[in-house]
Every structure is written in structure tokens, then in C-alpha cells.
Ligand binder design. Sequence first.
Ligand code: TXA
Ligand code: MG
Length: 328
Amino acid sequence: MNEKVTASAKILPLEHAIAPVLAALRDGHPVALPTETVYGLAADATRHDAVGAIYDAKGRPASNPLIIHVADQDMAQQYGIFSETAHKLIEAFWPGALTLVVPKVTPTKLTDAIFAGHETVAIRQPQGFMRNVIEAFGLPLAAPSANLSGQITATDATSVHEQLGDKIPLIVDAGRTIVGVESTILRVIDQEVTLLRDGGIAIEAIEEQLKTSIKRIEKHGQLLAPGMMQSHYAPNAKVMLNVRAVPEEAALINFGHQAIENMDKCRAMFELSAQGDLAEAAHNLFAALREMDQQANQICVAPIPHHGLGAAINDRLNRAAAERLDNA
Ligand code: TXA
Ligand code: MG
């Protein structure tokens, strides 16, 4: 048996996971599952108790709605109203790292808890294991990222266990997730498209597909998905961005082998991508924050370009660097 039994949550390798995952979901428990973006904390989106258990485990405010994950377009249509433009996006980017916020179908089997009072629903078709689970389960799964509210996003099973191991029965281990940052979120109402969160699909790719530029909803320079409070992804260390020189007591997160003053003397270093590849940097981002957080009280990050996946990387880093609010 190579399944690891821990004090609390069981960590199961992918190959042995589907039956116990389905059993836990049928019992109304949330389980941590790998997706292509980040690990998700998944539960039956039609059950109030199961979705309530997600909010409890994460310590997530009830005002922050959840994404539902579907197996295919047919399942998506049962819960959301997709315009012609939304269909174009689905054709181009599903399954994948794109969440669409669309008007919800009413009446609905989904529990009210996932909407947090909104008239819209956020829907995504993931690929791989998560999709197979949903197909076998036959109902959509509500799944936020599998971390404590406001803490660093988990991109491997051990990180999920550190944050949620004493609160959930099961974590499925598929190694480090491929994309490494959460999905891009677009609101699509009729033919109007608005960016709510930068993520795993670059906005340039979406604009190219729709042959138009996309509006961002911003307030004080921040995108407006309801859950995106400024201080988020918060390590214990203080995070400094766009550094050109690093103090000896700090850890450095570098990108593309930049020459940062004093880098040979600093406490620890993590190279996000020696080749300067933004997809590789996104894949490594949260592991870098977690690892450097263990090494120093200050994390300095070299400048990272803003195009492509750089938008999502810079967004997450800005939040990690933001002043902490007590309730974040
Ligand atoms: O890649 C991802 O999107 C991951 C994986 C697990 O799928 N999920 C994820 O979920 O990042 P979460 O809950 O950590 O972030 C979802 C964001 C939140 O900021 C939430 O406020 C927003 O989506 N959201 C959910 N429903 C919404 C709605 N109806 N309108 C606007 N924003 C919504
Ligand atoms: Mg999250």
C-alpha cells in the first residue's frame, strides 16, 4: 500500500483515489482535489451542508461566492445562461483555466450558499482528474482554492495538508499542479465581457479570440471579484516587489537570471524561471513564496514582466505584499 495515512486527512495517490473521493462526496464531505490550476476544496454544489463545510474548513466569509466545476457543456447549461460570446470562449478555452461568470438559471438545484446573494454563477470546466470525478459524480462540484482564507494558495498536496489537514478527510495527490495560478475570471453578460481576475489564461489570448479589447472592473487599482480582498496569499514574511538589490537577511525570488545586487550574499534564493518563461514562473510561484517564507522574515522579488501570465503573477505578488487587514 502506498497510501499515506496521516493524523487526520488521508493523502491518496491519484490512481487509488476515485472510489474514496466519490464516497466522501456522497457523504457530503469536502475533499481536496488537484485541478490544472491549483488544488481545489470540492463538495457537492447542490447540498447546503456540503458547501457549508467548505466555508467552515477554509474560514471563508459567507459573502464570498464559489465557482462551480462542471464535466461538460451540457452540465454547464443546466446552471448558467451562456450568450453567443460566452459560447465562443467555451469553444476556445474549455476545458481549462477560464471561469465564466454568467446569469444563473432559475430555479436551480445549486444550493444558495454558493451564490452569496449574487444573481450570477461562476462556472468552469476543468480538465483531467477533477473532470473525471465530476463526470462520475454526475453533479457539479463547488470548489474554491484549497487553502485557508487569505493564505497562500496550495499547488501541491503537502501544502493543502499543512493548511487543511485537520479539517477534511481526504487529499488527492497529483504532484505540483500544471498552471500554478488560479483560473482567469471573465464576467460575460450578453455580449459584454469584463475581466474580474487575471489568471491562467492570458488576457491577450482571450482578446485575440474575441477580436476585441476586454474591460477590467477595477476599484482603487484592484479587480473586483468579490473575494479579492487586497491582502491575500499572505506569507508570514514581509514581501518587497521590484527589487534591484537584496539585503543579506532577506530571501530573493528571481526571474530570468536577473543580476540583483548582493544576490550572492542573501539568505536564500528561488529562481522562478531561468529562461524567463512566464508560464514556468506561474507554475513555480506559490512554491517559491512558501519555500522562501520558511527561510527569512523578508522576501524580495525581482521585477517580473506584466504581459501574458505575468499579469496574474504580478497580481498575486501585489496581494502577497499588501498591508494585512485583521480579517483578511
Ligand atoms: O482555478 C481556480 O479558479 C480555482 C480552482 C480550484 O478551480 N478556484 C478558485 O476559487 O480560485 P476561489 O474561490 O479561490 O476564487 C474564486 C473567485 C473568488 O474571488 C470569488 O469571489 C469569485 O471567484 N466569484 C465566485 N462567484 C462569483 C460571481 N458570481 N461573481 C463574481 N465573482 C465570483
Ligand atoms: Mg482562492
